[in-house]
Design a protein around this ligand. Structure first.
Ligand code: DGJ
Length: 546
């Protein structure tokens, strides 16, 4: 017999009245045709993130973070939670900061991504509790070939793994307890920028013994041998053996922690990465030029093999070189690896890359150091600690925020593309089924460069690259454009004829309805669609003569 069930709206009202609020769905990652979405409350969600500074994980430090995140129009804050703060005395946990953070995030109407700073933060042990730092016997460092200890904790420290895992499981248990209804916390980053500088791997006896063992089958299945098809690490991976082995050792360690945490509370989990040069192709063996063992693009396969509980290896982008940025987006956005940029520098040069990231279907992006704390990581980031800090990003977030759910759905369906202006300032193009968008930069909004004289001169304000556009093909002949400082010309696919029928400037309201503000025609379309310095949103209808 069929049991009568209440319609969802009535069920929700009843739950409210009875004080039995319904649990929202767990955030989770889904994939289709090699594309990905982060489902939040059951629907694709675009993380418009703001990452706090490293030392803002204390109740008294939160206000400048909320203020900056608010000014940025971020929907999610990325915040560290440190092992040293939650377990200052072994076995005694204190999650009061987590409680404050989650409560305030809800008041601020922000979601959270928690960054677990523990065994490794930028490869070092600085966020471990004192009882870990002061006991190298129990929590050993890696050793160089002469037996000299490195600054970096060993991934073969079985006690270290046990202790970190225990603290992480306690954290996940606590999150489950306080957040199973609201789901304010969307994802968890396990450790931070792992790997080791200056030493390619651990040479201590336990590590050496593992290095001399046959390469595990799971690794062989993911990462193509470069020498022998089977055998120990040196035999199979030749000159890459040490760094691949270290990646495997660290990934396995992190994978254990993530797996245990997810068994308690199953949130999506990821690792972030201090990048190696993506233009070093094919990659040369490690030569002290990056943190060996971190989830650099060339060892993502090893992370997939050794740490299946980690969903994403993600790039932290701190080089504004456009060729490198684009290469990183290509290398990290894979069928088996959602594109997610948990850190990007705050210098104005980075703003334009948001169009490329969101156009490429990233599940989100987050500038680092969005925090009015009186500190800046200049010269890596901007010098500003006031509203100027959010200026390169806020205009872009302002455009995407009202349609973040819709954009995430379009991206998941493969309808979006985007570009940031390249350092060489050259034209670019975006190819869609049936149509191509030709992009040019630095031109005035009237006239053609071919006319010479003033018309050929670069427009003031374009001295540095700062243009970009993201586009969604919302119907076969219809596009939504969001962009700044770029001329867009739509052309029909080769061999066909096409024309622009209508270009509306507008916005989406709170209900997700398009509000037309004006139709661009005459001067506004005679020389392509010239998007101004302040981002705009256009709905463009193309047509073909019958
Ligand atoms: C990358 C790290 O992941 C961040 O925590 C921070 O240290 C930045 N580098 C530098 O500000």
């Amino acid at each position: 017999m069929k049991t009568p069930s209440l319609p969802p709206v009535l069920a929700a009202v009843l739950a409210c009245l009875l004080g039995t609020a319904q649990a929202a769905e767990l955030p989770r990652l889904v994939s289709q045709d090699g594309r990905h979405a982060l489902l939040v409350d059951g629907k694709p969600f675009l993380i418009l993130g703001a990452q706090a500074h490293n030392s803002s994980n204390y109740p008294g430090a939160l206000k400048p973070v909320w203020d900056a995140a608010h000014d940025l129009k971020a929907n999610t804050v990325l915040m560290p939670v440190a092992w040293e703060q939650v377990e200052p005395v072994e076995g005694q946990f204190d999650f009061s900061f987590v409680d404050t953070l989650v409560k305030q995030a809800r008041q601020q109407k922000k979601r959270l991504v928690i960054l677990w700073f523990a065994t490794w933060k930028n490869t070092s042990a600085q966020y471990t509790p004192e009882w870990v730092k002061l006991n190298p016997e129990r929590f050993p460092a890696m050793k160089d070939p002469e037996g000299k200890p490195s600054y970096c904790l060993s991934p073969f420290g079985t006690e270290t793994l046990k202790a970190d895992r225990k603290a992480f499981v306690a954290l996940m248990g606590h999150l489950k307890q306080i957040d199973s209804t609201d789901r304010t916390v969307l994802m968890v980053q396990v450790e931070n920028e792992v790997g080791t500088y200056g030493l390619v791997r651990d040479f201590a006896p336990a590590a050496q013994a593992a290095f001399d063992q046959p390469v595990p089958a799971a690794v062989l299945a993911h990462k193509k041998p470069v020498a022998a098809a089977t055998g120990n690490w040196r035999e199979v991976y030749g000159p890459y053996a040490d760094e691949y082995f270290h990646a495997w050792a660290i990934a396995r360690y992190i994978g254990e922690i993530a797996k245990a945490g997810r068994a308690v509370y199953d949130l999506p989990m990821y690792v972030n990465n201090a990048l190696r040069n993506p233009l070093d192709q094919p990659p040369k063996p490690w030569n002290k030029d990056f943190a060996s063992g971190g989830p650099t693009w060339d060892v993502i396969d090893i992370y997939k093999a050794a740490a299946p509980a980690i969903d994403i290896a993600s790039p932290d982008i701190y080089t504004p070189d456009s060729e490198q940025v684009n290469a990183n987006l290509r290398l990290f956005g894979r069928r088996d690896n959602p594109l997610w940029i948990p850190e990007i520098g705050t210098r104005p040069a980075y703003g334009r890359f948001l169009y490329a990231m969101l156009g490429r279907g990233a599940i989100g992006v987050s500038p680092f150091g969005i925090d009015y704390f009186n500190y800046t990581n200049h010269p890596l980031g901007t010098t500003a600690t006031d509203k100027a800090l959010v200026e390169p990003f806020e205009p872009v977030y302002r455009m995407f925020a009202p349609i973040q759910r819709q954009w995430a759905q379009w991206a998941f369906d493969g309808k979006t593309q985007g570009m940031g202006e390249a350092d060489d300032r050259k034209p670019q193009q975006l190819d869609f089924p049936g149509w191509t968008a030709k992009l040019t930069y630095r031109l005035g909004r009237f006239g053609e460069a071919a006319w010479g004289g003033e018309f050929a001169k670069p427009t003031p304000g374009t001295e540095n690259p700062n243009g970009g556009v993201a586009m969604a093909q919302i119907a076969p002949d219809e596009f939504l454009l969001i962009g700044q400082r770029v001329r867009v010309r739509m052309e029909a696919a080769e061999g066909t004829q096409g024309m622009m029928l209508r270009a509306e400037q507008g916005r989406f309201d709170d209900q997700g309805r398009w509000v037309m503000e004006r139709v661009w025609n005459g001067d506004q379309v005679d020389y392509g669609l010239n998007l101004p310095a302040e981002p705009v949103m256009l709905k463009v209808k193309m047509g073909r003569p019958r």
